[in-house]
Design a protein around this ligand. Structure first.
Ligand code: C2E
Ligand code: MG
Ligand code: MG
Length: 704
């Protein structure tokens, strides 16, 4: 190309160089197709054909100019030149089709083409057509060029507004088309207004040739076009808004408006643009709405959309909502990281959508909560649907087993807020029970009851309404009270004696268990220290204190225990802490605290042993001294059944591991005798004594 500009212009060499560049470009496109073997080569053959037609026009014209020494217009050369446009435009059609643009892309392209087309009409097409000096054929050919350019312009507008990503090759095609368009327009304008030849215009054509060739030679020509992502940035709307300004702005051009054709073209263009932009804005609003109503991560409806669907439901319909909470999802995020967590949620969303009954709306209403709305269903249908949903959610996700809690609520004429609230209350109840729960008014009472109890706990603690009672654990065969278990009691001024089962869970939930537990620990240690000081050898060896998960997981729990022991003067081996399996089976700080306690010399007992998920596994990870065999195994110990087998296995297990075993809940002499025969040495239960403030520490003959 540089060579062309170095060779003196107008010479034969110059013309030959120009034509060769064009020819090489056409051949380069064919070479590119051979080299990269694109899946759909048709587009490139069309480009090569268009390019070749241009070059043939150049050659024919050169022949007229340099050999025949004439400059005919129009001539055979124009036939070739004009033939190039349909070929190039057809190639561009294939390119744009590959992008499979949607209706929005078409509207955008129409906006750009109409706006710029009007400007083209005013500045180029109309003046050229109106050139009165031209003969009929000359005028016809002269207007055909800009008209062909409008065709190119439309294709370019479509290319630039199509949502697909762009490879280098596509960018080069676009550059080639823009250059061709610009050079053509410049050529028309210059010959119209100045009647001169400009080398810059030749440069434009040559650069355009170069870009076609480069586009075909670049390796990305065979690559699939990158995934489409629709562009909805407001800037785009500003551009389209700006384009609608073109027709009124054109009215300021001095020669516009002198004839009716311009006026009609501008009026029609304005109306068309207005309609097109309105359509585009409507699509934009639709999209905004979709964004506001759907969940980004899963693409499901969001809470707002669910509420909207409930509000829109016909009055006669009986909507049912199943609220699904994924249990333990926080652990997935904590252990595998958020991206993995997001993936799990997306997978669950897919499964729910597949498993939901036809016509149901599936929504994600919280971090790990989904909802399925059956717009008109019976309670029984909702239960069936809930069971199907539980099934798919419980399938392992990437080797993870997740639990799910389902709350159901429904009924005609309920306010959406109320319906969702009920479903939520039911779901929380389901978290505790493990089964799908349907909302009933009792649930609400339980919740308000919970809240009231929580508040009363606080004042009860301040007013000193709590007592600690002690239940003997006796040793066989002597019947001596070997140790006592400290159990808390609440002497409520109105309700009377409240059992720990009624308030410990509440205290665990609102965190008061930490303060309450610290008080129990100190009281129990002080008590045993007092007995040791007053009754000496008759005092039990140990006091067992129940400690909840929340206490254990608090930093500094072992240090707190050490302080209490120091202040009460109780030796560490006189204290045992009882923990349940659920408090420690997740590992973490709770197990660390147990090791620290063990290091102090405090004994560790696993409470309600055998009722959790991982009783045996815990014996490996937790430093255990004592297992407390749950009352459920003791209840039927006198009849030969499964429980007896388990109780027998547990005593073997504990003695094999060097642990001591305590059988809980022994209510009768027969049970005590059966346990003794199995080999149990430590028993606890009403048969030996209820939990009381001051157990009598004399030997109990009942055990003998
Ligand atoms: P646990 O630690 O398994 O305590 C044994 C429970 O069984 C006690 O109920 C006790 O009174 C009861 N029990 C003992 N022998 C018999 C019997 O022969 N038959 C029957 N039916 N029951 C018997 P309680 O005192 O109502 O305590 C219930 C649970 O509340 C305890 O179960 C424990 O998990 C929790 N708890 C009690 N006191 C405390 C405490 O101070 N702190 C903490 N964190 N939890 C406590
Ligand atoms: Mg206990
Ligand atoms: Mg127990």
């Amino acid at each position: 190309m540089l060579g062309y500009f170095l060779v003196p212009s107008g010479t034969f060499a110059s013309t030959a160089t120009y034509d060769s560049i064009g020819l090489i470009a056409a051949l380069a496109i064919l070479a590119g197709v051979r080299m990269h073997r694109p899946e759909r080569p048709a587009m490139w053959y069309l480009f090569a054909g268009g390019q070749l037609a241009s070059v043939l026009g150049d050659v024919v014209y050169s022949y007229y100019e340099k050999v025949l020494h004439e400059k005919p217009y129009p001539s055979l050369a124009d036939v070739f030149y004009l033939a190039a446009y349909p070929l190039l435009a057809a190639g561009l059609v294939l390119l744009v089709r590959r992008h499979r643009g949607n209706a929005t892309g078409l509207v955008e392209a129409a906006i750009v083409a109409t706006g710029l087309g009007l400007a083209f009409w005013v500045f180029v097409l109309h003046p050229v057509a109106a050139e009165s000096a031209s003969s009929g054929l000359e005028r016809w050919i002269s207007t055909t060029y800009p008209a062909a350019d409008v065709l190119l312009l439309v294709m370019l507008a479509r290319l630039f507004t199509s949502p697909g990503g762009r490879t280098t090759s596509i960018r080069l095609i676009a550059a080639a088309s823009v250059l061709l368009l610009a050079a053509d327009t410049a050529f028309s304008l210059v010959s119209l207004y100045w009647n001169a030849d400009l080398p810059a215009i030749d440069a434009g054509f040559l650069l355009s040739y170069l870009c076609w060739a480069a586009a075909a030679l670049h390796p990305s020509m065979a690559a699939p076009s990158p995934a489409a992502t629709a562009d909805h940035r407001p800037l785009r709307l500003v551009v389209f808004g700006g384009i609608t300004m073109i027709p009124p702005a054109l009215l300021f051009v001095p020669w516009v408006g002198h004839d009716a054709i311009d006026r009609r073209a501008l009026a029609a263009g304005s109306v068309l643009l207005f309609l097109l932009v309105t359509v585009r804005m409507a699509e934009f609003m639709r999209r905004l709405r979709r964004l506001a109503m759907s969940d980004d991560l899963t693409g499901l409806a969001n809470r707002r959309s669910l509420e909207q669907a409930l509000r829109d439901a016909p009055a006669a319909a009986r909507p049912e909502v199943a609220l699904l909470g994924v249990n333990g999802f926080k652990n997935v995020n904590d252990e595998l990281g958020r991206p993995a967590g997001d993936q799990v949620l997306a997978m669950l969303a897919g499964r729910l959508t597949a498993a939901a009954p036809a016509g149901a709306l599936v929504a994600r209403v919280g971090g790990d909560e989904f909802a399925v709305l059956l717009p008109d269903a019976s309670a029984a249908e909702a239960v069936t649907a809930a069971q199907a949903l539980t099934g798919v959610l419980r399938e392992p996700v990437a080797e993870l087993l997740l639990g799910v809690s389902i709350g159901l609520a429904g009924g005609a004429g309920l306010h959406p807020d109320e319906l969702l609230r009920q479903a939520e209350a039911a779901m929380h109840a389901a978290k505790r029970s493990g089964e799908p729960v349907r909302w009933t008014p009792v649930l609400d009472e339980r919740i308000t009851e919970h809240a009231r109890l929580g508040a009363e706990l606080r004042s009860g603690l301040d007013r000193g309404e709590f007592r600690v009672v002690y239940q003997p654990i006796v040793e066989l065969p002597s019947g001596r009270v070997q140790s006592v278990e400290a159990l808390v009691r609440w002497e409520h001024p109105v309700r009377g004696l409240v059992s720990p089962a009624g308030f410990i869970p509440v205290a665990e939930q609102n965190g008061l268990i930490v303060e309450l537990g610290a008080w129990i620990l100190r009281t129990a240690c002080e008590r045993l220290a007092f007995w040791r000081a007053t009754i000496g050898a008759d005092a039990p060896n140990k006091v067992s204190v129940n400690v909840s998960a929340r206490q254990l997981a608090r930093p500094g729990f072992a240090a707190q225990v050490a302080r209490v022991l120091a202040e009460t003067g109780l030796p560490a081996e006189c204290l045992a802490v009882e923990v349940t399996e659920t408090a420690v089976f997740e590992g973490g700080p709770a197990v660390v605290a147990l090791h620290e306690l063990r290091a102090l010399g405090v004994r560790i007992a696993l409470d309600d042993f055998g009722t959790g998920h991982s009783s045996l596994g815990l014996l490996q990870t937790v430093p255990v001294d004592t297992i407390k065999v749950d009352k459920s195994f003791v209840d039927n110990i006198t009849s030969a059944g499964r429980e007896t087998v388990i109780a027998e296995a547990l005593i073997r297990l504990s003695s094999g591991l060097g642990l001591s075993a305590v059988a809980e809940g022994v209510e009768t002499a027969e049970q005590a005798e059966a346990l003794r025969r199995l080999g149990y040495r430590y028993l606890q239960g009403y048969h030996f004594g209820r939990p009381v403030a001051e157990p009598g520490f004399t030997r109990t003959p009942a055990a003998a």
